[in-house]
Design a protein around this ligand. Structure first.
Ligand SMILES: Cc1ncc(COP(=O)(O)O)c(C=O)c1O
Length: 465
């Protein structure tokens, strides 16, 4: 009833492959963004499920044309907004294979091969980040889930205190605030501390806040440092935060969801010095490790910390207990049924090798430097910050007030958006409205970046900047 013949399965998989490969071949010449308003899409897509099926080829064509096409092309070489990803083809195929093999990476009994491979990939990450032998972790849906797992482990390690407090900076990603809330840290005990002009937290201010909270009978549970803030790629003073957390015996979490894989490049590793001292790190292979969504990971210094926080024995799963050498990954997090996320990382690294990944990360770092040099030399643009592949800047030919400048930059951003040749997003740095390039794509060339900046300079002129 729900089964297809082998011929049909092959034919449909071939159709999908053709669509995907053609999309990749055409990508560079296409607009970066496609989308539509709610009314139009509701009109097109809202319908009751059909009682009898339709030809599968048509369904696939419709999915590609009407649904999947209406997206920001995050893997377009000129997609510089938010935090994009450009997945490798082996990574895409890995997701297909994991679905085709119907893997549930929950327990050793159900998925011994996938469980061992997840341990291999986590082991690679552990080494890249310099964490010690007893460290471990879990593949998650993304950085938000990784932070949540880390915060649960931190709360558990603190003994589930009554008045828990979390510390982070005003540049921390909202995922940390959300994780704190979910683990029961009420908003009035989430200390969002101000940063300096470079976007970094002051460890002294964290120390003062911890002292004040201790005297108010609150329990500091977790300090969250940034290894690449989402706004501008800033890296907090990680060694000083690590010293503070060690002295105060407070869990040290580092959000490296965006910037973490910069460790693959020597200068990225230097910028992230101190990351190895974290109690937990969130990293996102679906950002700077070129994987399809969803691929996140939480690493913990003490692998047992996750298990102690999450493992609950259940009679219906009693056959799955093979002892400590045979980890049930479901004991390390909130999901029982889990997709096999480690496969994409493993297949793409096996296929291309580490040297290629290192070069791809270097490419982003190089292009960010070149972009900032171009901006610094431009008469129409003003450089605001550069760090780890993110460049913040604005149109500013001088002599304009803040409000006028913000309006001008908004106008230029809208121009870039409707022009469709590139996509960038905006943010706020030191209370200024700025434009932001996040350059992570392994296919992005200097011409992509240069032509985007030249277009902005031209729009700036037309808009009166
Ligand atoms: C620094 C940082 N932390 C956390 C997140 C959230 O990660 P995810 O979207 O994978 O849940 C992001 C997403 O861009 C990020 O840039």
């Amino acid at each position: 009833m729900l089964q297809m013949t082998p011929e049909t399965m092959r034919e449909l998989a071939g159709q999908v492959t053709d669509i995907l490969v053609e999309r990749i071949e055409r990508l560079r010449g296409e607009r970066v963004w496609e989308g539509d308003f709610k009314d139009a899409l509701a009109h097109q897509l809202n319908e009751d499920p059909p009682e009898t099926g339709r030809p599968a080829r048509e369904v696939i064509e419709r999915a590609a044309g009407e649904v999947l096409n209406n997206t920001l092309r995050l893997d377009h070489p000129r997609s510089f907004g938010f935090v994009p990803t450009s997945p490798t083809w082996p990574g895409v195929l890995a997701d297909f294979m994991a679905s085709g093999f119907n893997v549930n990476a929950a327990t050793w009994l159900v998925a011994s091969g996938p469980s061992q491979l997840e341990a291999v990939v986590i082991g690679w990450f552990r080494q890249w980040f310099g964490m010690p032998d007893g460290a471990g972790g879990l593949m998650t849906s993304g950085g938000s889930a990784a932070a949540l797992h880390a915060f649960v482990a931190a709360r558990e390690a603190a003994g589930n205190p009554e008045r828990p407090v979390a510390y982070m900076s005003d540049q921390s990603h909202s995922a940390q605030v959300r994780a704190a809330r979910i683990v029961g840290i009420t908003p009035d005990r989430i200390r969002v501390l101000p940063t300096d002009r470079t976007g970094r937290i002051d460890p002294g201010a964290v120390a003062d806040a911890i002292a004040a909270d201790r005297s108010a009978a609150c329990t500091p549970v977790v300090v969250c440092g940034n290894a690449g803030t989402p706004t501008r790629g800033a890296v907090d003073p990680l060694p000083a935060l690590a010293d503070l957390c060690a002295a105060e015996r407070v869990w040290f979490h580092i959000d490296a969801a965006y910037g973490g894989f910069a460790v693959l490049a020597p200068r990225g590793a230097a910028a992230l010095e101190g990351i190895a001292r974290a109690d937990s790190i969130s990293v996102d292979p679906h950002k700077w490790l070129f994987q399809p969504y969803e691929a996140g990971c939480v690493l913990v210094r003490d692998a047992g910390a996750l298990e102690r926080a999450f493992s609950i024995q259940h009679d219906v799963l009693q056959d799955s207990v093979w002892g400590s050498k045979h980890a049930n990954m479901a004991d390390y997090g909130i999901q029982l049924s889990r997709s096999f996320r480690a496969l994409k990382v493993w297949m793409s690294i096996q296929t291309f090798g580490m040297a290629a990944f290192r070069t791809a990360v270097e490419n982003g770092l190089d292009l960010a430097v070149r972009a900032s040099e171009h901006i610094a030399a431009s008469r129409a643009l003003e450089l605001v910050s550069t760090s780890l592949g993110i460049v913040c800047f604005r149109v500013n030919s001088g002599g304009l007030g803040e409000d006028t400048l913000a309006a001008l930059n908004r106008k230029v951003l809208a121009h870039v958006f409707w022009d469709g040749q590139a996509f960038l997003s905006s943010t706020t740095v030191n209370r200024q409205f700025v434009l932001r390039l996040c350059i992570l794509n392994h296919n992005t060339t200097w011409d992509d970046v240069r032509e985007t900046l030249e277009a902005i300079e031209q729009f700036a002129g037309e808009a009166g900047g």
